[in-house]
Design a protein around this ligand. Structure first.
Ligand SMILES: NC(=O)c1ccc[n+]([C@@H]2O[C@H](COP(=O)([O-])OP(=O)(O)OC[C@H]3O[C@@H](n4cnc5c(N)ncnc54)[C@H](OP(=O)(O)O)[C@@H]3O)[C@@H](O)[C@H]2O)c1
Length: 241
């Protein structure tokens, strides 16, 4: 029997990139998956068709939309076993030049939105549930120009550790997966990353979304039940911590 047979999952930001690969991997392992998106409806519906689930629109910057998304997931699946908090927005600009509205936009999605998805999951996941937060290896390497982005993700890593303690008595594990350079739209939006990735990554290239999805999905299996509160660097050797 597939390892996640009978399980239900919500993957945020699953219309494209890493989230899409995670949704497809969880489905290949037997889970039914709700595919969250903000704008890319057609792409999300195509992923959902392969996931025995449905697409659910919610801009994670909008707390009312988050609540409505969880209500719909609970209604359609009747329970939720796995949350993958993957949606995120990239941002690169020196701290000295960063306007308030950009700070608020990035934190609204990467930090506040992710936090309230965690809160909803904490309230509804059954004993033995799984939560995986997608951060970034950049919180370790701290590259210049990534102040807001790394700050927003560092908070998410802290939420992981604290929620792991708070939910441990219910055998719900909470972990972070931190990708290194990964070939997605976000990566291609900054041409300098394609130049840096092979130079900075010990294994000599950028990763593929499917290579991140393997680790996220494994953390959702029963075999990973003894791992909680951790930050797994999935990055071809970038950031050996
Ligand atoms: N690619 C990398 O090199 C890399 C490295 C480290 C960490 N990460 C992290 O990995 C995660 C996935 O990144 P990616 O590279 O796959 O990004 P991507 O290709 O830009 O895809 C982003 C996904 O997030 C969704 N999204 C964006 N804003 C949203 C919002 N306000 N509400 C709900 N969904 C929203 C998008 O939905 P729509 O399609 O509807 O816009 C899309 O599905 C992010 O958290 C990112 O920070 C990426």
């Amino acid at each position: 029997m597939p390892p996640l047979s009978g399980k239900t999952a919500l993957v945020t930001g699953a219309s494209r990139g890493i989230g899409r690969a995670i949704a497809l991997k969880l489905a290949a392992m037997g889970a039914q998956v709700a595919v969250n998106y903000a704008q890319s409806r057609e792409e999300a519906e195509a992923v959902a068709r392969e996931c025995n689930g449905f697409a659910v629109q919610a801009d994670l910057g909008d707390l009312t939309a988050i609540e409505a998304m969880f209500n719909r997931v609970r209604r359609e699946f009747e329970k939720l076993d796995i949350l993958v908090n993957n949606a995120g927005v990239g941002y690169a600009r020196p701290i000295a030049e960063t306007p308030l509205e950009d700070f608020e936009r990035v934190f609204a999605v990467n930090t506040r939105g992710a936090f309230f998805c965690l809160q909803e999951a904490a309230k509804c996941l059954p004993d033995g549930g799984r939560i995986v937060n997608v951060s970034t290896g950049a919180t370790v390497s701290s590259p210049h120009n990534f102040g807001i982005y790394c700050g927003s993700k560092a908070a998410l890593e802290q939420f992981t550790r604290i929620l792991a303690r708070e939910l441990a008595h219910r055998h719900i594990t909470v972990n972070t997966v931190s990708p290194g350079f990964t070939e997605t739209d976000m990566y291609h939006a900054l041409p300098s990353l394609a130049e840096l990735a092979p130079k900075l990554t010990p294994l000599g290239r950028a990763g593929k979304p499917e290579e991140i999805a393997e680790s996220v999905a494994w953390l959702c299996t029963p075999e990973a039940n003894w791992i909680t509160g951790q930050n797994l660097q999935v990055s071809g050797g970038l950031n050996m911590v």
